[in-house]
Design a protein. Structure first.
Length: 421
């Protein structure tokens, strides 16, 4: 072999070797992007809305009840016929950030694109790679959303978007720590916490999209359940916020309602660092005083009446017969197991729907990695009449330090009717 041929062979081998390294590096980069995108999809809680039990993940079909009617989530698997397999990255970004589909039609803001607008370009790229290459295609056609006129006219969302959304990227909070700003990025963007915890305006829009407005995270209403304010969470420590988001329970409360799905599919999968960042951010923004002053005398008076068990009202008797074994005469429950009733947000909510619903049908905490046990509260709807539930709920709302309005049997009947039909 002459020198020229030998050098050519060496050069060819070097090129092949370099190409091999490049292919391997590309594959490693893609694997990392898929892993990152999967985690970001958990931050965005995409699984909860776009998945239905018994169907492929992300194949859509979840019925989302709204004031406009029932909206069905779409198939966001890479299936080319029923999903998003033909989307370019720009089209994917426009759908997620702007609510605009490739054909120009508009999504309803049940898809929280007003919040997702803050997702960074890098995170959007990782999400696109994950959904295109890390999710299995699902050949499922979800039911079509059919709202009544005029809400059926999706073109009108163009004007809604103009009035109520913003295309500004995430803006870090001046003077805040890196941890607080990480929490802000999650809560204001992918976490879309404001879509439930911020009050809605006349156009059913979030009244604020970030913490620069005091209305942001100041509480709202979802399907007649009062949604609590998250500003400062004065009764909870940062660690209690982390515990709640990670396990669905802490020393004061246990998850209920729509938040159960959020913890099950999203926050329980977050890293400790991100959960601590969220807690730090919620404490940083502050803004709300405690629910009410803790009244030692009132608490002790209720505890004494329940302990002596003499001359009880019907509400007090119903409490001892049905609730006392877990929540005790103190109303304090058991830390990390049974939630407190004294000063609880659900108990003191202006609208008692959430409490009534919980008494009637019960509740179950989700199973998470750090709290796998599924602790459950039974429902009492089959053994208690509407009048009995009303008296029980009224006692709970007015016992110990609680000072919420009474509940009527008509309110109970309305809640019972809502899930029996």
């Amino acid at each position: 072999m002459n020198k020229l041929n030998f050098k050519s062979l060496l050069l060819a081998n070097a090129v092949l070797l370099a190409s091999g390294f490049a292919v391997q590096a590309h594959a490693e980069d893609e694997t990392q992007l898929i892993k990152q995108g999967e985690y970001l999809s958990r931050l965005g809680d995409c699984m909860a809305c776009h998945s239905v039990a018994g169907k492929p993940d992300y194949a859509g079909g979840l019925a989302i009840e709204s004031n406009l009617g029932t909206i069905f989530s779409t198939n966001i698997t890479p299936d080319k016929q029923h999903g998003i397999g033909n989307y370019t990255e720009q089209q994917f970004s426009d759908a997620v950030r702007k609510g605009i589909l490739p054909d120009g039609s508009r999504l309803y803001p049940a898809m929280p694109y007003p919040d997702y607008a803050r997702i960074s370009d890098a995170d959007m790229h990782a999400l696109y790679v994950y959904f295109m290459k890390g999710v299995k295609p699902g050949a499922e056609q979800p039911p079509e959303t059919k709202l009544s006129f005029p809400f059926s006219q999706r073109w009108g969302m163009r004007f809604w978007n103009w009035a109520f959304t913003s295309d500004k990227p995430f803006q870090p909070i001046d003077g805040a720590s890196e941890e607080v700003n990480r929490g802000a990025y999650i809560v204001e963007g992918l976490g879309h916490c404001g879509s439930c915890h911020t009050p809605r305006g006349f156009g059913m829009n979030e009244k604020a999209l970030d913490s620069r407005d005091d209305q942001f995270l100041a509480g709202g209403s979802l399907n007649n359940w009062d949604v609590p304010s998250l500003r400062g969470l004065p009764r909870w420590s940062e660690q209690e916020i982390v515990d709640y988001l990670q396990t669905g329970r802490n020393d004061k409360a246990a998850v209920g309602g729509e938040m159960k799905s959020v913890i099950e599919h999203s926050s329980s999968h977050m890293t400790d660092a991100d959960l601590k960042a969220i807690a730090a951010y919620l404490k940083f923004i502050g803004g709300n005083p405690p629910l009410q002053a803790y009244n030692v005398q009132a608490q002790q008076a209720t505890e004494a009446r329940l302990t002596t068990a003499k001359n009880l009202t019907e509400g007090e008797r119903l409490y001892l017969d049905n609730c006392g074994a877990c929540h005790f005469v103190t109303g304090k429950g058991a830390a990390g197991i049974f939630p407190e009733l004294d000063q609880a947000t659900l108990v003191n909510a202006k609208d008692p729907t959430g409490l009534i619903h919980t008494i009637l049908v019960g509740a179950q905490q989700p199973s998470t990695e750090k709290a796998p046990s599924k602790l459950a509260m039974p429902g009492f709807g089959n053994r208690l009449s509407d009048d009995e539930v009303a008296k029980l709920a009224t006692f709970v709302r007015q016992g110990w330090s609680n000072k919420a309005p009474a509940v009527s049997k008509e309110q109970v009947a309305e809640v019972r009717k809502s899930f029996e039909h």
